[in-house]
Design a protein. Sequence first.
Length: 327
Amino acid sequence: MQSNHAKPTSVPSPPQRILVTGGAGFIGTHLCTRLIEAGNEVLCVDNFYTGRRANIAHLLAHPLFEVLRHDICFPLYVEVDQIYNLACPASPIHYQFDPVQTTKVSVHGAINMLGLAKRIKARILQASTSEVYGDPQVSPQREDYWGHVNPIGPRSCYDEGKRCAETLFFDYHRQHKLAIKVARIFNTYGPGMLADDGRVVSNFVVQALRGEPLTLYGDGLQTRSFCYVDDLVEGLIRLMASDEDFTGPVNLGNPFEISMRDLAQTILRLTGSASKLVFMPLPTDDPRQRLPDIELARTKLGWQPSTTLDVGLSRTIAYFDALLAEG
């Protein structure tokens, strides 16, 4: 869908010097690849806590690509035109492993990247999350919904860290006139995910391919919406290229809602697996529902996801099938 507000193309023009923090992570890798393909110079910054060098192996020899091992909890001094701040572990198993560090990278990292953007007058995009809505009491979630978040629970390091980062971005925008963009990313999946990252799509696919029981939590009726990674990256690039007066926050996700039980059955069908379903207790503060209202993205960015769940899952299954075959 194209609107009067949408940019005619989703890639920056002319080519830019672009910093991507968390660039060796799942989404970051796909973003770096797209930006390079568009002719931009890309500096990938990652401390490789959850990112992997193997993810960016195909880019290492490219003349427009550079990688720097660095933790953004510490200041960084580089010269770029744009900054995509994606650095933060995003799956519960990883962000709860060291919750203090998760909060630090969300808050200290945001402060350092905003300080860099302010010094060099760069446009900066924050990869926020649908977790800022917590366990929502309204559905679908619109950007003007303030959320329902437990500030002291086991997920709070991520939820509140990202909420604080949004606060910092808008305070820098108001106080220092910084050019900011804030994307609230809903569940994203696709090739490049870690097999053991604890996210539901990777969990189900790997369990199905191995013939293991698929683990559902609670009654399996809680819902999510899943956006294929290529669609998500397109949204991020369009947001960065949008008019300067449009800051967001803007939801980027798929407005198709599915229960965890139905997702499991879909993956069993696509893999041809005979695995059974097993049910475990629901984790603390696990949201019962997550569904984006993407009207703002449609109107301002001319964006909506185009990859169906069956197509995206089939590509993801093929990726994991090859990954598991490698041992």
